[in-house]
Design a protein around this ligand. Structure first.
Ligand SMILES: Cc1cc2nc3c(=O)[nH]c(=O)nc-3n(C[C@H](O)[C@H](O)[C@H](O)COP(=O)(O)OP(=O)(O)OC[C@H]3O[C@@H](n4cnc5c(N)ncnc54)[C@H](O)[C@@H]3O)c2cc1C
Ligand code: FES
Length: 346
């Protein structure tokens, strides 16, 4: 990727604002590192939110098969910011949007795998110690470069940045994806002591510390980590002392359910932090007795909270199908859009 070894200057056509893209970096991330509010979501070529128009210059497309890049985009010289590296100085057209102004400029650091532990039959926690500080907000994610895997993989942090703790650590909770290349390497190849490149933080679904509404966190499957980070962030934030947090975890069967022990360990558990779980499979696995909710998380959330959802701050994370169902339910209930925060897991 972008291997000419030179930094290139990128100019925004609308404003004459410029930023430098260093060797090995892409348009989107180098803009965010400079503090430019470049719209994006997934960072892995899937959502298509990071498109820009190339006015002048040449770019290398890092992943031409990226699902977010269409034939029409190619015709119109539109590229994905997260998958394009400049081949020289460029001028691009992109409309910055204040919503995307980075709270912490993303940085490239390295992380050494120090610990891993099983959470469920297919989710494990991986802990990395960082070479350098990487401040982040609860709910954000980082990009991991895994040995032998093309591109990067996005994983949300489950811990919080406590500011004073050294060495800095990032904890990820990853669901093994059958035949997945990145998760294959994480689960089967990466040994304790191995070092990888980590780039972050990214993501807009971070804890809004200035909003005093009660909170609902909905996590489906692999969406556990960012919601745990938000819950930990709420428990640690004095400004949110009076805020109640309801955590709803959705799995397919009872053996998928997790997260309760992490909430129980927090100050405020059972008083202002509450956990409930739902499974969607009506034939639970025989090993576990199930006395929780049955159904998809969006319907369970509707049953539990109904119109109260309009007065809550809602965070969710998980597979795109779950995200779409939750969004439809919240729109039908007229929950104001500004109270809903998510980054979809493509
Ligand atoms: C914002 C965000 C946060 C996420 N957080 C978590 C989390 O906390 N826990 C969790 O378990 N999962 C999380 N995911 C999903 C995770 O990033 C992976 O998609 C998942 O682990 C499957 O990866 P895989 O390599 O095993 O599967 P694969 O099917 O091999 O790869 C799928 C992913 O890799 C990208 N990709 C594939 N090929 C390339 C390439 N050549 N270049 C660049 N990208 C490529 C795809 O866009 C897709 O995102 C998150 C995803 C996003 C977008
Ligand atoms: S496709 Fe680039 S941010 Fe999603």
């Amino acid at each position: 990727m972008h291997s000419d070894g030179h930094a290139h200057r990128i100019t925004l056509a609308s404003s004459d604002q410029t930023f430098v893209c260093e060797p090995g970096d892409v348009m989107l991330r180098s803009a965010l590192r400079t503090g430019i509010a470049f719209p994006y979501e997934c960072n892995v070529g899937a959502c298509g939110n990071c498109k820009f128009e190339l006015i002048e210059g040449d770019v290398e497309v890092v992943w031409p098969e990226a699902p977010g890049w269409t034939a029409k985009d190619r015709e119109r010289r539109r590229y994905l910011g997260c998958q394009s590296a400049p081949r020289g100085d460029c001028t691009i057209k992109m409309r910055p949007s204040a919503h995307y102004a980075p709270k912490h400029a993303p940085r490239r650091v390295s992380g050494t795998l120090t610990e891993r532990r099983a959470i469920t039959h297919d989710i494990e926690e991986f802990r990395f110690t960082l070479s350098d500080n990487m401040p982040f907000e609860p709910g954000q994610y980082a990009l991991l470069t895994l040995p032998g895997v093309e591109g990067q993989r996005a994983y949300s942090m489950s811990n919080i940045d406590e500011g004073i703790v050294e060495p800095r650590e990032l904890h990820f909770q990853v669901r093994r994806v059958p035949n997945g290349r990145g998760t294959g390497v994480l689960f089967d190849t990466l040994d304790i002591g191995m070092r990888i490149d980590i780039d972050g933080p990214y993501g807009m679904a971070y804890l809004r510390r200035d909003v005093k509404r009660d909170i609902l966190c909905i996590a489906g499957g692999s969406g556990l980590a960012p919601m745990i980070s938000i819950a930990r962030g709420v428990a640690a934030e004095p400004a949110l002392d009076g805020v109640k947090l309801h955590f709803l975890y959705g799995g397919r069967t009872p053996r998928d359910v997790c997260g309760r022990d992490m909430l129980e360990a927090l100050p405020g558990w059972a008083e202002r932090l509450h956990f409930q779980a739902a499974v969607s499979d009506v034939a639970p696995d025989s090993e576990t007795v199930w006395d929780g909710h049955v159904g998809f998380v969006h319907t369970v959330a509707e049953t539990l909270f109904g119109e109260k959802l309009r007065d809550m701050e809602i965070y969710f994370a998980g597979p795109p199908a779950m995200g779409a169902a939750i969004q439809r339910a919240l729109i039908a209930l007229k929950v104001p859009f500004e109270q809903v925060h998510f980054d979809q897991f493509y």
